[in-house]
Write a protein that binds this ligand. Sequence first.
Ligand SMILES: *Cc1c(COP(=O)(O)O)cnc(C)c1O
Length: 418
Amino acid sequence: MLAPELADTLRGRMPMLWLNPGSRSLEDPLSPDLVDAAERRLLRAAPLLAKILPGLAGSDGLIESPLMDAQALRDALGGQSRWLFKADNRLPVAGSVKARGGFHEVLEFAEQVALSHGWDGVNFADLAEPRWRACFATYQLVVGSTGNLGISIGLMSRALGFAAQVHMSDDAKQWKKQLLRDQGVDVVEHAGDYAKAVAAGRAIAEADPQAHFVDDERSLSLFCGYAVAGRRVAAQLAEQGIEVNAANPLLIYLPCGVGGAPGGITYGLKQVFGNNVHCFFAEPLESPSVLVQLASGVRDPMSVHDIGLSNRTLADGLAVGQASMLASTCMQDRLAGVFTVPDTSLGYYLELAWEKLGERVEPSAAAAFPGPGWITGSQAGLQWCARHQVDPSRATHILWCTGGSLVPDAEFQQWLSQ
Ligand SMILES: *Cc1c(COP(=O)(O)O)cnc(C)c1O
């Protein structure tokens, strides 16, 4: 049950900062060493990726994004202390945070298929050979997606030689469908809701023994792929000489849809930094799915529709009515809080990212930008700081920018002019 005052605030579409009381009622659904295994898998697969994806040769096959200075953005938004911008909008090939989880899941599936066909498992780069591509061509990855997950799964599947089928609602962006079709992905369109597209994809995959369904709500492989980001960010902070400790904590702001990407990243960051990192999710006013799920407890699913919200938002990557129970369970005592963001402010943040940092971001990705302001400029935020002995002027604030570099010029210009 949601407290009536909270339900009223959400229904009134009042932007808010919700603070997580942080009690745990359910056990974690995964063991922490799965993230170690994911990290190793991505390292071992890097030579393969460098071979099959020309764009990755320069990075030796590692899928990672820069951690950039964002003082210009801070000055424009009136913040204090150090601001950084985690540029997952620039993640290679997929152009969004979905590269982290999606690529890992496709690679894990490729590994399993090859092992079941007698591969010795030693050298991942073997899997670029024609005989393995021919083997993979008899298998299919299937996913339901509003866009970015489909791009990540579809493009990596095709790069390895798998067939790929992406189920989308018919209102998904045309350019995303075209991009996938150009790479030989089978795009299946469904009238109406995204949930229908997911259900259709799941049913098709379950009926086909050569198919693998990528489950955005329940996949541990996706979740652990996202979680590897924690170690990568730790290394980037160390490289930049930025210390993280109790007096100089990390405050991280992550756009949230179903909760898998920001939940996995938070899980991974907590593994590395423990109590010295505090993560906040950003959700649209009409789609605060993780907020609703955590605030009502995680035993029974609860959707934003249950309190009369529409789940209609410009932030198409965040338009999810029902949160992942896997992610929600892991966030019970790991997430610091959630703030809600009106659609009307997304265009302004998107323009700021372009003007101040020269970064192309999509509306979903810009949702993190008001995060520091909630912590340092609201009563709830200041109370939270006092309770957790966080001095926000000594914190490093990281805006996690989750996507945008693949957005076509015409579409981007249209957002800028609105
Ligand atoms: C998918 C996505 C998110 C959120 O990830 P979830 O796993 O759905 O919570 C945020 N931003 C962008 C651009 C995305 O594509």
